[in-house]
Design a protein around this ligand. Structure first.
Ligand SMILES: *Cc1c(COP(=O)(O)O)cnc(C)c1O
Length: 227
């Protein structure tokens, strides 16, 4: 199957999952995770109408962004070192993976130099796995409060990567928990903070994530094939 055909399949599965949950399918945006994929794959997906691409590695994203003219939107979804933020400034429209205040400070500084603001999501390690990035669930509210005071960063929601399960239903409780946490933070009505976005769900479990409230699903393998 071609990338275009797989994209169509994913879009219709997103529509079905939304319908099942009584949600508007337009409230869910597909992030095509293109890490390690060649430019041609991205161009092909672009031609098939895909707009948002997610990358995990700074140098790779910067190189791809420099060589693709098609109108597309880049999201950074991987672990981010503060000393690399300067290479992303102005290139990405959303950073999904802000997990500590020092990183948000550097994002604010670098975007500020361009006279712009950066939209970010706070990554939460719901399961508390040692191998995964993300702030703790109990630390998330305070982190959002602290980031809200920075001049050039705008918190737009939360992101999570649950533990891996063979069964897509395994991740569902973690998705539900991220939604619960998001509602709790939204209820605090912190000035400048919006909790509209929930980035959760990947190739194996995006339908469950949509049923639990995802607004951004990050799908790689199901579009581009095995890495
Ligand atoms: C690689 C990656 C994905 C995509 O995973 P697939 O299983 O290939 O869909 C999503 N989110 C993050 C943070 C990733 O690193």
């Amino acid at each position: 199957m071609s990338i275009a055909q797989r994209l169509n399949q994913i879009r219709s599965r997103i529509g079905d999952a939304a319908a099942k949950a009584g949600r508007d399918p337009h409230a869910i945006r597909l992030v095509a995770v293109s890490k390690t994929r060649p430019l041609e794959d991205i161009v092909e997906a672009c031609r098939a109408g895909q707009i948002i691409f997610g990358e995990n590695y700074v140098q790779e994203l910067a190189a791809k962004a420099a060589s693709i003219g098609d109108p597309l939107e880049w999201h950074f979804i991987g672990h981010l070192q503060s000393n690399k933020v300067k290479y992303l400034a102005g290139l990405v429209s959303l950073v999904h993976s802000v997990d500590r205040f020092s990183l948000a400070e550097e994002i604010s500084r670098q975007w500020g130099r361009l006279g712009r603001s950066c939209d970010v999501l706070v990554q939460v390690n719901i399961a508390g796995e040692a191998t995964k990035s993300g702030t703790t669930e109990t630390g998330a509210l305070q982190l959002v409060r602290d980031i809200a005071l920075l001049p050039n960063v705008r918190v737009r929601g939360l992101m999570t990567m649950p533990p891996f399960f063979d069964d897509p239903e395994g991740a569902r409780p973690y998705f539900a928990e991220l939604k619960r946490l998001s509602d709790l933070i939204a209820a605090e009505a912190i000035p400048g903070v919006e909790m509209g976005e929930l980035s959760m769900g990947m190739s194996g479990d995006f339908e469950a994530a949509i049923q639990e409230g995802a607004t951004l699903v990050r799908v790689g393998t199901a579009i581009f094939g095995e890495r």
